[in-house]
Design a protein around this ligand. Sequence first.
Ligand code: NAD
Length: 269
Amino acid sequence: MIRGSTELVAIVGSPIAQVKSPENFNTWFASNGCDLAMLPIDLQETALEAFVGSLRGWQNLRGCVVTVPYKQALAARLDGLSARAAALGSVNVVRRHSDGRLLGDNVDGAGFLGAARKQGFQPAGKRALVIGCGGVGSAIAYALGEAGVRQIILSDPSAIRVGALCEVLGTAFPSLEIATHYRSLEAFDLVVNASPVGMGSTNELPLPAPMLTTLQPSTLVADVVTSPEITPLLQQARDRGCAVQTGPQMAFAQLGHLGAFMGVTPLEI
Ligand code: NAD
């Protein structure tokens, strides 16, 4: 129950009804006896500037999770950013300090990697294919670079997005091998779809179907799409004997990272 004493965290985006964080966080707060609650905020873009001002002055608010479409716009308005959020130019979580300062981080990649490690994936020295170089794909590629993968192949129909991510990764991780073309899936330890392809009931694949015949059973295949849980890519990977990682697994693995940054949960929950 929300009381006068309850401390708050928020999640801001638009639309917001589809997000799972409020039920996940509020369930965790209730079952751990915390006087804390998460509020969903569906914010109009024109109210963003005023919203940041409100965050600074909102004394019983510990922080705010940020989702589409405000990850970049909010990053540009905060008082400080983690190194990865600064490199990516986007935040998915903000911590409010008691003096009103707002600090941002981006834990999309850490959540992804946390879920992958639970599958037994050890990133150091590995080769990864990242399909989709938008907000989430960039965060995943950055986390893989931080964790010491040897090679990342990037794929996205937008040459501008591929180029921008190559530059970010090349600057942050000078010894990382970065390429933008692939002819087979054989050499990859990890294949991740970080694009929205496969969402809903379109039955689409994010790569050419014949290429799936080159997928090896030792490759971990991951998808960021949350609905359906088993996307066409994951189904085909399973059929070929691969371990798979779903979008909901990534989302769940992020909870501790988001909560710990706001200071409301431990890292491991
Ligand atoms: P975005 O719009 O920033 O990026 C999507 C990228 O995919 C774009 O660069 C686009 O050009 C690219 N793309 C489209 N079709 C492609 C194709 N056929 N092959 C390769 N790339 C292609 O979006 P985003 O914020 O990065 O989100 C991507 C997906 O991740 C969404 O479906 C979102 O719901 C999901 N998501 C999941 C989690 C989670 O925890 N599981 C968290 C955040 C977002």
